[in-house]
Design a protein around this ligand. Sequence first.
Ligand code: PMP
Length: 405
Amino acid sequence: RFAATPRGPEDAILGITLAYNADPNPNKVNLGVGAYRDDAGLPVVLEAVRQAEHRILQRSLDMEYLPVAGSHTFLQRAIWLAYGDDVMQRMNGRFAGLQTLSGTGACRMAGELISRFLDIPHRTGKPLILLPDPSWLNHRPIFTDAGCKVASYSYYNPLTKSLDIDACLHSLENAPNASVVLLHACAHNPTGVDPNMDQWAAISNVMLEKSHLPLFDMAYQGFTSGDMDVDAASVRLFAEDGHKIVLAQSFSKNFGLYGQRVGCLSVMTDSEQETQAINSQLKIIARPMYSNPPIAGVRLVEEVLNCDDLQQLWRSEMKSMAHRIISMRSRLRQHLIELGNKHNWDHIVNQHGMFCFSGLSKEQVDTLRERFSVYLTANGRISMAGVTSDNVDYLADAIHHVTSS
Ligand code: PMP
């Protein structure tokens, strides 16, 4: 019955890991997937998470269904982690939201809510979501599949390897009023380029003037600075400025819970009535898709955030993850300088978070793979989390080689 099904293309990012796994070279390096690795190149389970797991196991809890919207305690803690005490107090509970299948699920639920209910004056057809150019490769299919129209706004300048703030503001000014604008809260994927606070303020102002709706994707809170509050500054500034924010949070990276699928979608509202109406619709959207979210991962996050000792430990572990990446950035740049490479590699240290948008061409990326078994995405994105004390010299040598001919 399915004989005519056309074979679809492999996911560009996941395909890299498949090719890496099949490579017999003992020096191979996987810089494709955006998952944190320790300095031995191994996956990490945080000590705070291990201790939370232990405490939870001792309680012999049941494994009943969560409500459709997930754990209410988790929702409150997740929203607090993003917004902090001041905004929480000012909003006085006016957040709708639900526990989601991680950041991907939060984005998808946001897209579904927007495509069904976003109030735009004189709305005709699908609402428009603007993505930064470039953005995480999954954003476009997520929002298209959710029934939104997707376009992009200027963001990255490949010549300076940094933010083109003038072009960015210009394209937001020229977009139709009341567009939805997706913003990476920090540690932009794939470029590692974040606006500074003045630039965030300028973006916020243009968006207020144009009545654009900010949809923040916060998948890497903690990975830019190592500090959860510093990394939330963009979202908190927009809240101060009076935006009504839609926020997609992932706990995959900062809790190392990739396979557990822990995330949160929250929507700021103007009234209790609006909160209840949105909550009712989010449940109506979620129920036919997956009924209710998974329970194991969310218990871990709740336990860590509810216990002061675990929360403190987790915050310090988050800091170490961020700082290991920051130190690999400077070592990689330093090695390239020591090799006498003629290009400017300042962007390696100026960019933030898990990724470095190296500026390497597709041909150079191909040569890195074929000659050196170094795997990165075709757009030249390096997952800095895959760089370790053992492979940083090898990587610098390889990059020097492909950029020196
Ligand atoms: N948003 C961005 C920008 C991401 O990079 C990712 C992960 N690659 C996600 C959302 C979602 O990840 P997850 O579904 O694992 O939380």
